[in-house]
Design a protein around this ligand. Structure first.
Ligand SMILES: NC(=O)c1ccc[n+]([C@@H]2O[C@H](COP(=O)([O-])OP(=O)(O)OC[C@H]3O[C@@H](n4cnc5c(N)ncnc54)[C@H](OP(=O)(O)O)[C@@H]3O)[C@@H](O)[C@H]2O)c1
Length: 353
């Protein structure tokens, strides 16, 4: 298979470097270009400080393109670049992503700027892949991955909804520092304290859940930041329509596979949900659906960190379910998730490649 040439929008940020890491050995996509802000534009990619904990992989010999260059998109199109992975901040994404989409370079975005905007599908691969199909039959040119906090919430909730019907849920999150970006992470680690407030996060998470599940019901969502580098934990209580037994609940979670289109994709976890007794934030960070790697290399292991660990499962009465769930916010919740989404789009042949 010829690898499709891609560009990463963002050079030195957490998600931008996760994208570079995941694309460098990707079987379907190649890292053909990196476009960055003024702080790195024009510099060799190898001079951009590496901010991830794992060792920097051997990246291609590239000069960071200037994302503001008005001729950039045309030049990339001429180079054969067909996909842009965006790790831009919201305002830059709002301004710059449409330039790529308009020229036929399909944008897969981690930014929130176009989430739930008409004409730009917001997709979780296991849940609503059909949303990637343009009603007009035209190639897809712009799609968004969801908020990172949504993943550990919505995947187990979808499994419960399918089997028992979800009428209402409450969620409390404890979110890792890397969810706030590299400068935030560094400052919090240096200070040794963190402000738990994450303005707008609860509203965003609940709205995206309703969108991808096409669900309506009562909810109560509160999100908080905690002093942990990576990983988002959610504590969830669900009211169900149909009666639940603990045995049926465990079986429903264990056997849930999500949409069958996903199974063969390179970044798909072996299984989306992994049942554990209790969540261990260190041990369960790199869930892959079969096991929990310790310190995997995400540049070669595309599945590590892509599954959601589900623990503390309980059924205190026949219409109430409790669980905790945990996933890696910059892998499943960001770079891994958006590459997975592009793999899904390629497999569905919706990009006109
Ligand atoms: N961190 C997460 O867990 C997570 C999860 C889901 C979604 N997201 C979203 O992903 C995006 C990136 O987040 P992050 O965690 O990587 O943040 P970050 O570590 O703070 O990095 C910021 C990124 O934004 C780029 N940037 C900053 N100012 C820019 C400008 N004026 N013009 C163009 N690019 C600019 C930087 O590019 P240069 O390096 O080239 O300066 C850098 O790649 C955000 O939209 C965020 O909401 C993050």
């Amino acid at each position: 298979m010829v690898r499709t040439a891609t560009v990463v929008l963002g050079a030195g940020g957490l998600v931008a470097q996760r994208l570079q890491q995941r694309l460098v050995h990707h079987p379907w996509f190649s890292l053909a270009a990196v476009a960055g802000s003024a702080r790195f534009a024009g510099r060799p990619l190898e001079e951009v400080p590496w901010v991830l904990e794992e060792e920097r992989p051997t990246l291609p010999n590239l000069t960071v393109e200037d994302i503001e260059d008005s001729e950039l998109v045309e030049r990339l199109a001429q180079m054969g670049v067909r996909i842009a992975f965006s790790a831009l901040p919201t305002e830059e994404a709002r301004r710059l992503e449409p330039r790529f989409a308009a020229s036929g370079i399909a944008v897969f975005s981690n930014a929130s700027a176009f989430r739930r905007v008409a004409g730009v599908p917001l997709v979780v691969p296991e849940l609503n892949p059909e949303a990637l199909m343009e009603p007009s039959g035209n190639p897809l040119v712009h799609a968004c991955a969801t908020n990172c906090t949504l993943l550990p919430l919505v995947l187990p909730l979808a499994a419960i909804n399918e089997r028992f019907g979800v009428q209402a849920y409450t969620m409390r999150s404890e979110q890792g520092l890397s969810g706030g970006g590299q400068p935030y992470l560094e400052a919090a680690l240096a200070a040794g304290t963190v402000d738990p407030e994450i303005p707008g996060e609860a509203e965003k998470t609940d709205a995206e859940l309703r969108h991808v599940l096409a669900w309506e019901g009562d909810s109560d969502v509160r999100c908080a930041r905690v002093l942990r580098r990576d990983g988002h934990l959610v504590v969830v209580t669900v009211q169900t329509r149909d009666p639940v037994t603990l045995e049926g609940l465990l079986d429903g979670l264990r056997s849930w596979a999500g949409n069958e289109r996903c199974a063969a994709l390179p970044s798909a976890p072996h299984k989306p949900l992994m049942l554990v007794e209790r969540i261990d934030a260190k041990a369960h960070l790199f869930a892959d659906g079969l096991g929990f790697s310790e310190g995997p290399d995400p540049s070669t292991d595309l599945k590590a960190g892509m599954a959601v660990a589900v623990g503390g499962v309980a059924c205190p009465n026949p219409h109430t379910v409790r669980f905790e769930a945990y996933s890696h916010n910059t892998l499943r919740g960001a770079a891994g998730g958006v590459v997975y989404l592009a793999e899904l789009a390629v497999s569905m042949d919706v990009l006109g490649l």
